[in-house]
Design a protein around this ligand. Structure first.
Ligand SMILES: C[S@@+](CC[C@H](N)C(=O)[O-])C[C@H]1O[C@@H](n2cnc3c(N)ncnc32)[C@H](O)[C@@H]1O
Length: 270
């Protein structure tokens, strides 16, 4: 039996509700100083490209999680609507940030039907599209709610080169960069997940849905949608993601020589 989009969304909500409180400590690939510095600089460039003239800029953090992007957008002077499918994440975010600058929005996981056209100066998402069954539909919705002169910012999704899997430099990087972590051998849950993956190759340690080589995020399709809807690319950058399990000296040796992630930002023509 085929799993429907509704079932996939419901599973993601359940899993994200469960992990909300522990999310930051479990995601060292996001909450590390190197990645946080890259993200801050990238978001700042995206905000520089906004030409709506509004002050403060109104931002939508699409799939806000525990508030990673919201924190950066607030620090950069925006007022923020933090949106997610998980009520537990929204409760967490409401308690973390000042209510006069941040409000929350519960999403249905499929569209932004409760949001009017042209509502935001910046619509930003980070590490979310690969959880959304109809991620191209999500991109269309982000384009719709972005004002003319505003920017749609899409970050932390693997690039085409990563999925092609044939860059020998990246292969060498991966074989050299990971620290040896003996603690992972002591975690019974790692063995349980390994066994579950034998029966379901798409099982993840957290149990949520992700994209895989056969159904991954396709950047050329995203670009085509944005162009069709009257947007121009203002940022198009491949980068190498720093994960907390990496040795910094090895990582730095490979920066600029190979990449695995892409960030893109598009501005809506006035
Ligand atoms: C990996 S987390 C990223 C969270 C946050 N953006 C960050 O930077 O840490 C993925 C987020 O996507 C949300 N999500 C899952 N399915 C979604 C859907 N169908 N539509 C919108 N958000 C979804 C999850 O609840 C979770 O907050």
């Amino acid at each position: 039996m085929q799993t429907t989009d509704q079932e996939l969304i419901a599973r993601n909500i359940e899993v994200h509700d469960k992990v909300a409180r522990k999310y930051d400590t479990h995601h060292g690939e996001i909450f590390n100083p190197i990645e946080q510095e890259r993200l801050a600089a990238s978001l700042s460039s995206a905000l520089d490209a906004v030409t709506t003239g509004n002050k403060p800029l109104k931002a939508l953090d699409f799939g806000c999680g525990s508030g990673n992007l919201s924190r950066h957008l607030l620090a950069l002077g925006c007022d923020v609507v933090a949106a997610d499918v998980s009520k537990h994440f929204l409760e967490l975010v409401s308690g973390r940030f000042p209510a006069d600058r941040l409000s929350t929005l519960l999403m249905n996981g499929a569209d932004l039907s409760n949001v009017e056209d042209d509502s935001f100066d910046i619509v930003a998402t980070y590490s979310v599209l690969h959880h959304v069954p109809d991620y191209l539909g999500a991109v269309r919705e982000m384009a719709r709610v972005c004002r003319p002169g505003g920017v749609v910012y899409l970050d932390h999704e693997q690039n085409e080169g990563y999925w092609a899997g044939n860059d020998p430099v990246y292969g060498r990087f991966k074989s050299e960069v990971e620290k040896f972590d003996w603690k992972k051998f002591l975690k019974p849950s790692n063995y349980v997940h390994k066994v579950r993956r034998i029966f379901d190759p798409k099982h993840t340690n957290e149990g949520d849905i992700h994209v895989w080589p056969d159904d991954h995020i396709e950047w050329p399709k995203i670009k085509a949608i944005m162009e069709e809807r009257g947007f121009d690319a203002v940022i198009e950058e491949d980068y190498l993601l720093f994960r907390e399990i990496y040795r910094p000296e090895v990582f730095l040796n490979y920066v600029g020589r190979c990449t695995d992630m892409r960030v893109m930002a598009f501005r809506k023509r006035p």
